[in-house]
Design a protein around this ligand. Sequence first.
Ligand SMILES: Cc1cc2nc3c(=O)[nH]c(=O)nc-3n(C[C@H](O)[C@H](O)[C@H](O)COP(=O)(O)OP(=O)(O)OC[C@H]3O[C@@H](n4cnc5c(N)ncnc54)[C@H](O)[C@@H]3O)c2cc1C
Length: 286
Amino acid sequence: MTPFELAEPRTLREAVALLATGETPVRAIAGGTALMLMMKAGVFQPARLVSLRRVAAHHSEIVATPDGGLRIGAMATLSSLAHSAVVKQAAPVITQTLKTLSNVRVRNVATLGGHLAHGDPHMDLPPVLTALGAQVRTLSPAGERTLAVGVLYTGYYETVLADNELITEVIVPPQTGWRAAYMKITTRAADDWPTLGVAVSLQMESNTVKDARIVVSAATNTPVRLTAAEDTLRGASLDVATLTRCGDAAVSGVDLAADAHGSTAYKCELLRVYTQRALRQIVAAS
Ligand SMILES: Cc1cc2nc3c(=O)[nH]c(=O)nc-3n(C[C@H](O)[C@H](O)[C@H](O)COP(=O)(O)OP(=O)(O)OC[C@H]3O[C@@H](n4cnc5c(N)ncnc54)[C@H](O)[C@@H]3O)c2cc1C
């Protein structure tokens, strides 16, 4: 590993001022679980790393908002999210997802901000947070902005974040009337990287679906909303015919990439089947 400077600012404003504004390879480092792997592999050689360790104490709070939503500091570790009673209460699908997201050693140091900013399409929480309608707040020298998690990703490991822009907070809106499920399909251990991820969130009015969000990930370059599949659900009751129509529409609405975890045909079948299983899980829990 080539030598680099390590800056340890005490505030987020100092941190964004220290981040790259030109050619120099400068990056923030939070838990370091993704960045250190890239450095060890030689695909990223920083001139300077801006550690967020000293700002963590002020930006890792997990708070239930009065309306029933959540405000989560970007430096909250994935373990703290997994064990949070307020997260379990407001959005149990997040708690459930974290059970098989990597392993406890990674979860203990990895942060929500680093998880969302990394842009790896195999990450488990971006599709879940997109389905929940969550937003990120960011800070850069240009000021603050709020973005839907669903618009954060532009390509494989690419986001809309500027080089000197940090995620400061994640906002999960109240989920009153909504129910969600996430299906992580792996071909090896249950906590392996997903071959395919499907997140579903439904707003129900008695037995009828009022609104729906369905998001696929891992076999796509970014998390993708399956709008054609969502359309099959609005105004429908969740009977077998609707589930079948929805599964078929999910597959028709997206291009899935083959890789070492499976062919495109295999992943299409996974998507068809697991979209329906997610819907069934929501019905069973209602
Ligand atoms: C063995 C292993 C198995 C894994 N398995 C899974 C899995 O099954 N599912 C899954 O979803 N993930 C998995 N992961 C990935 C893991 O979730 C990520 O490595 C982790 O969430 C990244 O968070 P971090 O804080 O360590 O980020 P870092 O490594 O510190 O940073 C990652 C990137 O985000 C940037 N960054 C960090 N914080 C911020 C911020 N606040 N604002 C803007 N940019 C920021 C950094 O500059 C860097 O570019 C696995 C990782 C490992 C090592």
